[in-house]
Design a protein. Sequence first.
Length: 90
Amino acid sequence: MTVTQQHMGRNSLVDRLAAQVGNRDLAIEILKKRGHLAQDGKTLTAEGMKRNAMTAEERAIDRAVKRTGKEAKDFTYKPATNMAVLKNRK
């Protein structure tokens, strides 16, 4: 299991990103730039609270929905790559 897969659940936004980028301070700076953390680096914004309440899978699917305009049900999650991909249609 990779380090980032230890932080797949809800309420682990900062820990997961810190594991992904390898540095907690860098993760905090990224989340501040995205508007998910207030400038104090400790307080989640309203958008940050929404993202933090999601699992890694839900965040990946949400990113894919925003990127493609398709519906969440059209995607499946690949934990190894942290990506949501379109489901195969038959």
